[in-house]
Design a protein around this ligand. Structure first.
Ligand SMILES: Cc1ncc(COP(=O)(O)O)c(C=O)c1O
Length: 396
């Protein structure tokens, strides 16, 4: 069978693939210290589960409007107003099957063949492939660790062309955990002010913040709001990754276009999930607060442990649940008679010989780094760090 050409443009998600390999080893009884999970290791709060159970019992099991039930879209508007000081009406909101689906809809609704999308590196692995699936061309702008992974406005200006259709922002960031300051956002705003492109703000890690206050680019540059689309969802803040509930809020015409794509693909997000999301947005923030406090403790543990390793340096992430250690000092060294060489080779050695699962930086657009999720217990973090010490001791 001859499959579609478009498949040639994309590759399987490396994070999902490595996670699957680590899980397969674990299911064979191998004791793997896993740092690849892209989801909180907490259960969905009880009151959210109860809302879903109530919805089921009440027979709320049928199609809903494609865009989502009106109560949920109103609650999303209220959330965006209260938390983000952004004003949206329910007809500017589309509820989808996860924030990933929201992003997919955006690119499908926006891009023509060859249109360019600026993506800041390091980036979440799915952005480039989603752009390419829609016929677009990802254009990468590198950011530097010394600048807290904030882009230099001049680098964005240089990347803008007449074909630039969008710029993707993700703060707190997967993979770096970096959070853009207001100054960094002002810099980005100044770079795109004269260029009519869409700004996609992926705020999925908004609630997982250890320092400072969250700001969206729309807060520092209100004049950009008419061409801003905010993407967010339930997965990370409410430990609801499996529920698949996300949303986008933005210009009416874009949302209407995205809805047309969704009408002809998935229709509405799960009816029960929507009721659960409604409860999450209206409920108390206690569970999120407790989760952030636990992540804060683990962040200290993992950052100090990594910085104690010869050849590794790790900046403290301000948000999300990832550290992004710089391992350039290790790549030049020799393991079992051969140079380690690349972050991909390093993660293979760590999984095969030391039973530590980490993501290489390369698929995130940052060779010389690893991504490690600390959405795992303190015990696993301690165990993993001990194994990393063994690895470093084995280098020459
Ligand atoms: C940066 C970023 N955006 C979006 C998503 C998608 O989240 P979901 O589809 O679970 O809402 C993820 C998930 O890992 C992510 O890391």
């Amino acid at each position: 069978m001859q499959l579609a050409q478009r498949l040639k443009a994309i590759k399987p998600s490396p994070t999902l693939a490595l996670n699957a390999r680590a899980k397969a080893l674990a299911s064979q009884g191998v004791d793997v210290a896993g740092f690849v999970a892209g989801e909180p290791d907490f259960d969905t709060p009880e009151f959210i589960k109860q809302a879903a159970i109530d919805a089921l019992r009440a027979g709320f099991t049928k199609y809903t409007p494609t865009a989502g039930i009106i109560e949920l879209r109103e609650a999303i508007c209220a959330k965006l107003q209260k938390d983000n000081q952004l004003t949206y009406a329910p007809d500017q909101v589309l509820v989808s099957t996860g924030a990933k689906h929201s992003l997919y809809n955006i690119f499908q609704a926006l891009l023509n063949e060859g249109d360019e999308v600026i993506i800041l590196a390091p980036y979440w692995v799915s952005y480039p492939d989603m752009v390419m699936l829609a016929g677009g061309k990802p254009v990468f702008v590198e950011t530097r660790e010394e600048n807290g992974f904030a882009p230099e406005p001049e680098a964005i200006r240089r990347a803008l062309t007449p074909r630039t259709k969008a710029l993707v922002l993700n703060s707190p960031s997967n993979p770096s955990g970096a959070v853009f300051s207001r100054e960094a956002l002002e810099g980005i705003a100044s770079a795109v002010r004269g260029h009519d492109c869409l700004i996609i703000s992926d705020d999925i890690y908004e609630k997982l913040l250890f320092e400072g206050q969250f700001a969206n680019i729309g807060n520092v540059a209100p004049e950009l709001v008419p061409r801003l689309v905010v993407v967010n969802g339930m997965s990370k803040a409410y430990s609801m990754t499996g529920w698949r509930l996300g949303y986008a809020a933005g210009p009416k015409a874009l949302i209407a276009g995205m809805q047309m794509i969704q009408d002809q693909s998935t229709s509405n997000a799960s009816s029960i999930g929507q009721k659960a999301a409604l409860a999450a947005l209206k409920g108390p923030p206690d569970a999120v607060t407790a989760m952030v406090e636990e992540f804060r403790v683990r962040r200290e543990l993992i950052v100090s442990g990594l910085n104690a390793l010869d050849g590794v340096s790790c900046r403290k992430p301000e948000g999300a649940f990832y550290v992004f250690p710089n391992v350039k000092g290790v790549l030049g060294r020799t393991y079992k008679g051969a140079p380690v060489g690349t972050s991909t080779r390093l993660s293979e050695i760590l999984l095969d010989d030391f039973r530590v699962a980490v993501m290489p930086g390369a698929p995130f657009g940052a060779e010389g780094y690893l991504r490690m999720s600390f959405a795992t217990s303190r015990e696993v973090i301690q165990k993993g760090l001990a194994r990393l010490r063994d690895f470093v001791a084995a280098l020459s």
